[in-house]
Every structure is written in structure tokens, then in C-alpha cells.
Write a protein that binds this ligand. Structure first.
Ligand code: PRX
Length: 628
């Protein structure tokens, strides 16, 4: 790992020189005057004074050389459609979307909330916002009314872009009724809703507020919207992510730092060059969709493949069919998808010509050794585990084949990526840990370009949430446990907080508990993440009823379980639905009233619950045991 180490050393020891060089990858309309302003720790400002634009760099900059080459390929196995947009087509659609937004009064700094499935309009509107300096906030389509309402109130969008429906497994999933409910629940009132009518389910439009995208597009097609040149540290987007409280955090990203970091990562981490084809199967509603479906590949002059569908429909070879058809060079997916494929006929992995494919990247949740090994042996291609977060926007730990090819070890996301001064820190002492000592994975600030600038409209929460975990030092905490072995390979060992990860979806247990507690029969609840062989984790809820006697009635248990699951689905979406709702008389708590989650998880996973000296009522654990 000599080259990787040396490259990393330069990037953290002489940040200014390193990043000034990388910044030359993108177009600056006005050059920056200062590479880094770190006068107000932990807030870092990169490429100060420079003016640039994400949309210009992703679209316009490539028109001279790549106008007729595919820029965005959309594949939907849900509605059986495939469309290739060249860079010129993309420019046309993005300009039309920008003109639509402008016609609705959207100007620089206004927020536009995008609640769409995996359809090209999601990318068009994201890039359109970037073009005119509007701040987009994409909300994952799997989230429901309550999540959406919270985000509407926090981001306060002038315009929302949505649709009649998404689809999963061939069945339409209506979006519009959820959106209407959310707007009703929210205190903030958006001025307009632009609706992409896919003709999947009928929808009712609210007169004066709701507008039809196709009509607006026809009106604005072929309008050229000038690029707004933005100072590098202007907010580009806000993406909400879960933490330990019921309120999601709006991760705010800049313009210049993000463009530079993503462009560099395409080469160093993903081994890509202009003209290459990149396929990330993530949803645009998650950070991977932002960085590696939309921005990263396009910024680097690559083709991006956007996929609406599951990895097993029409059959478990669909990802490989897409690789063959479009000559994909790098595939980015999640361990859960691969664990699902493992249950299908291995012959499907050999049905297609995968000669274009150089590497496969997996992230978002722990990649277990067996799955990594299985995939790499079955395909004969390197499988790269990378570790990062919504907050960082691009990988923290990864193999970096564009810097140096090194052997990977399954179970390890290899080594720190240039730009990140990563440490393993003892949370009690605040000291760095030695080799093989477990601690919290942390990053010495300033965070590199492209990482979060702050929490939207909440600098104080940014500092408190991320920079106050360790005594005596202002260091960014990832809230993940980790360790480094003797050879310098890093390992991630689970979350330190109550965030869980279901099939690569990051969920806050507190948000699910709040939903369980809205059921009138429930007094309190605890939601925990329990190991699952396919999804990594699954949510399990324990509820204490106001009147336990209601369970005496026939079918009461099933009915309540069903109702509570329904509440969660309506408020948080199907992704958050626990696999089981179990009823207990009280929750195991410490004498100071904290729920002993780790002990509950241990029991659910059939392990020893560990040290219980602080427990208030040991009987509570016996009850958990018996309901399990
Ligand atoms: O707990 C870590 C886990 O997912 C969290 C971040 O999730 P999210 O914000 O949705 O961003 C995903 C970006 C890929 C982390 O704090 N996680 C992510 N990647 C890995 C991982 N855990 C183990 N190994 C990974 N490769």
C-alpha cells in the first residue's frame, strides 16, 4: 500500500497543494483566491472566491466533445422501457427543467423538493436546480407522508416536483396521495407542485397549485437558461439523514468542493475516465444516488446508467444483462442486493458477457466476507468494499485502484482515502487507539472538499452532533466502531448509536418509535436492529400497551400488530416496517431511565446480554426472552 499511503500523506499534510491540483479537474468561471479557509473550526470552506457550477461541469462542459455520446441511460424493468439521452439531449432536458423552475419564480437560494422514483426527470430537476443555484432536496420515494412533511417543513421548498406513481415488482406505488397528505400535515405551504404523469395511477390535481410537467416542458423546450456562477461555498443541496433523534438532519453540501471531490473520486477510487460507463443501482433519494448516479459520473464525462427495478426481475441476471448491453465498466451496488442474488441460480452470473466490467463496488452496509468472496469468485472480478456516509458524500475508506492496485481483504474496506485524516479514537479517553484496538472511527477536521458543510440552518447542531464526542478534541465522529489491523487494513464494527441499517437503508430507530407511539393503545416502545442474513439488519419493535388486558381478546395481538405496522408504513414508508411487533409489560431500562437496547438486541440475536448491573427491573429482560 505504499503509493496509497504516500498519496494519503500528501493529501493531509499539504492539503492546499493537493486540493489546488485536484481543483483543476473542473471549470472555474472565476478562479478561487484561497484553497482552504479554516478560520472557524470545525467549519471548512474550500476554494474560497472561486465561481463555478455543478450543472455546467456535468453537462455543458462536455458538449464540445461528447454531444452525441450517451450521457444518461435509463433502464426500467418496472415499465419495460429503456431510453438513452446523449449529452445534448440531457442539456436540452435540463434547460427545459430549469426554465420551468424559473417560470415558477424559483431563483438562487430557493429550495426545490424532489420526490420522485428512479426516472430521468429526477436527474433533470437536480441538475436544473444546480444550473440556477436553487437548492434541491431529494426525498427517497420509499418514505411516506410523515417523513415527507418533516422535510417540507425543514427545507421550506418553493416548488415540489413529484409524480403519480413509482413501481416495485411490477406493481404501481402511488406517490401523489402521500404527497397531498404530507403537504396537508406540513406547516409550510409550497407554491407549486410539478407532476410527472407516468399514467400509472389516476391522480387528482389541486387547481392553482399542481401543474403538469409535460405541458410545461412543451412550453419551455429549447429555451436556453444561462448558468448562474456560484461562489464555491454556496449550498448546492440538502439531503436528510437519520440520527439519534426523531428529527432528521439536513446535510448541506457546497458547490465547488463537491464537484472537485467527486470528479477526483471517479478516477482514483472508481478507475473511471471520460467516455466510460458507470452503473450505480442506488436510488437517487440516497447519497449514493446523488454522488454516483447523477453528479460523479457526469462531472467526469462518463455515461451514467439509472435503473428503476429490483435486482431479481425479470430474473436475477438483470444487473449483468445491463452490464452487457451498455458496456458498463464499473458497477456500484449494495451488499444486500448481492446476498439476494446468492440465493438464485449461479449460472445466471455467467449468462452475459461481462468483459467490459472492470470492478464492482459495494457500500452502504457491512459487506460480509462470504458474500464478497462469493461474488468475486463467481465473476472473476475485483469486488471493492467502500465505507462512507451521507455526511461525507464520497468514500472515507476504500481500495483506490486509480492510485495503486492492492489486494483486498474481504470484511475490510481497505484503507483511508486521500483527504480524510481518519483515526480510531477511544471514546472515554479521547486518545487514538493502537492497532487491533476497537474505537470510534473519526476524522480530524477540516473535513475534505465535498463533505458536509453544516446542518441546514443549524450550525450549532452540526458541531454538537458530530464534533463533541471525544473529551478534549474537536474531531468528527462517524458514530461507527472500527479498528485497524497490524497490516493497516481497516474494519467497521457497527454503529455506536441507535441508527440501524436495513438493506442498505439508514433508519433512525427513534423515528420508528415515535410512529409506534402514535397508536392510541401504545404507552411506549423500543425499536432495535437485529441481525438478518439478507438485509444485514431488520427492525424489531417492542411495545408496552396502556392497558395490557386488551391482549386478552381473541385476535387482539394480530390486529394490533397489523395496525401498528400500518401506522409505520403510512408515516415512515415500507422500508421502516419492523418484521415483528412484540408486546411486553415494561421495557428493560437503567435506573436513570435509559432503554437497554444492546441487551435487547443481544437477546434477539440469541447472545448473552452482557453487563446488567444498572438494570432497574431484571424481570423486564425475562419478558423479552419469553415473547421472543
Ligand atoms: O454505519 C455505516 C454504514 O452506513 C452508514 C452510512 O449510511 P448512509 O449515510 O446511508 O451512507 C451510505 C453511503 C455509502 C455508516 O455510518 N456503512 C456504509 N458503508 C459501509 C458501512 N458499514 C460497513 N461497511 C461499509 N462499507
Amino acid at each position: 500500500m505504499q503509493k496509497i499511503r504516500e498519496f494519503h500523506r500528501q493529501s493531509v499534510q499539504d492539503k492546499e497543494t493537493f486540493w489546488a491540483r485536484e481543483a483543476q479537474r473542473i471549470h472555474w468561471e472565476t478562479p478561487f483566491t484561497q484553497v482552504l479557509d479554516y478560520s472557524r473550526p470545525p467549519f471548512a470552506r474550500w476554494f474560497v472566491g472561486g465561481r463555478t457550477n455543478l450543472c455546467y461541469n456535468a453537462v455543458d462542459r462536455w458538449l464540445d466533445t461528447q454531444a452525441d455520446q450517451p450521457a444518461l441511460i435509463w433502464v426500467s424493468t418496472e415499465v419495460d422501457q429503456e431510453i438513452t439521452y446523449t449529452r445534448a439531449d440531457l442539456a436540452r432536458e435540463v434547460n427545459a427543467a430549469a426554465a420551468i423552475l424559473q417560470s415558477l419564480g424559483v431563483v438562487q437560494g430557493d429550495r426545490v423538493l424532489i420526490y420522485l422514483p428512479m426516472i430521468p426527470q429526477a436527474a433533470f430537476f437536480m441538475l436544473a436546480c444546480a444550473r440556477i443555484g436553487a437548492i434541491h432536496s431529494v426525498v427517497f420515494g420509499g418514505f411516506a407522508a410523515h417523513n415527507l412533511a418533516q422535510r417540507i417543513d425543514d427545507a421550506q421548498p418553493k416548488v415540489i416536483v413529484s409524480t403519480d406513481a413509482g413501481a416495485r415488482g411490477g406493481r404501481p406505488i402511488a406517490y401523489k396521495p402521500l404527497l397531498d397528505q404530507a403537504i396537508q400535515q406540513a406547516a409550510h405551504v409550497p407554491e407549486h407542485v410539478v407532476l410527472v404523469d407516468r399514467g400509472l395511477v389516476p391522480m387528482t390535481l389541486t387547481a392553482g397549485r399542481d401543474l403538469d410537467y409535460a405541458t410545461l416542458r412543451a412550453r419551455h423546450l429549447d429555451v436556453r437558461v444561462p448558468v448562474v456562477w456560484l461562489e464555491s461555498n454556496t449550498p448546492s443541496y440538502v439531503l436528510y439523514t437519520s440520527g439519534t433523534t426523531g428529527n432528521p438532519k439536513g446535510v448541506q453540501r457546497d458547490v465547488g468542493g463537491y464537484a472537485v471531490a467527486l470528479c477526483a473520486s471517479m478516477e482514483y477510487i472508481f478507475g473511471g475516465k471520460p467516455g466510460d460507463v458507470y452503473f450505480s443501482s442506488s436510488d437517487v433519494g440516497w447519497v449514493v444516488g446523488h454522488s454516483y448516479v447523477v453528479y460523479g459520473p457526469l462531472l467526469n464525462g462518463q455515461t451514467t446508467v439509472m435503473y428503476e427495478g429490483t435486482p431479481i426481475r425479470p430474473d436475477a441476471a438483470i444487473l449483468w444483462r445491463i452490464v452487457e448491453t451498455y458496456g458498463v465498466n464499473a458497477l456500484f451496488s449494495a451488499p444486500t442486493a448481492i446476498r439476494v442474488l446468492k440465493k438464485h441460480d449461479p449460472a445466471l452470473l455467467r449468462r452475459h458477457d461481462l468483459s467490459s466490467l472492470e470492478r464492482i463496488y459495494l457500500a452502504g452496509e457491512p459487506l460480509d466476507e462470504l458474500t464478497g468472496q462469493w461474488l468475486s469468485e463467481a465473476l472473476g472480478k475485483p469486488v471493492i468494499d467502500n465505507y462512507w456516509q451521507t455526511e461525507t458524500g464520497w468514500p472515507i475508506l476504500s481500495a483506490q485502484p486509480g492510485v495503486e492496485e492492492v489486494p483486498v481483504r474481504f470484511g475490510s474496506p481497505t484503507a483511508p482515502v486521500y483527504g480524510y485524516d481518519v483515526r480510531v479514537v477511544n471514546e472515554a479517553t479521547g486518545q487514538d487507539c493502537g492497532p487491533n484496538q476497537k474505537g470510534v472511527v473519526a476524522v480530524e477536521p477540516p473535513l475534505p472538499p465535498g463533505a458536509m458543510a453544516t446542518i441546514w440552518r443549524n450550525d450549532e447542531r452540526f458541531v454538537k452532533t458530530y464534533f463533541q464526542s471525544f473529551p478534549g478534541r474537536l474531531t468528527y465522529s462517524t458514530s461507527d466502531w472500527g479498528l485497524v489491523d497490524d497490516d493497516g487494513y481497516w474494519y467497521i464494527l457497527g454503529r455506536t448509536d441507535d441508527v440501524i441499517n436495513v438493506a442498505g437503508h439508514r433508519l433512525g430507530t427513534r423515528e420508528i418509535e415515535e410512529s409506534v407511539n402514535t397508536h392510541p393503545a401504545v404507552a411506549e416502545s423500543a425499536v432495535v436492529g437485529v441481525a438478518d442474513p439478507i438485509k444485514g439488519q431488520q427492525a424489531v419493535a417492542f411495545a408496552v400497551l396502556r392497558d395490557p388486558a386488551v391482549l386478552d381478546a381473541a385476535d387482539a395481538r394480530d390486529r394490533l400488530e397489523r395496525e401498528i405496522k400500518q401506522v409505520i408504513e403510512q408515516r415512515n414508508g415500507a422500508v421502516a416496517r419492523p418484521s415483528r411487533i412484540l408486546f411486553v409489560n415494561n421495557l428493560p431500562k437503567t435506573r436513570s431511565g435509559k432503554v437497554l437496547r444492546r441487551a435487547i438486541v443481544a437477546l434477539c440475536e440469541g447472545r448473552d446480554p452482557g453487563d446488567l448491573t444498572t438494570i432497574e427491573d431484571p424481570g423486564a429482560l425475562d419478558q423479552i426472552r419469553s415473547v421472543l
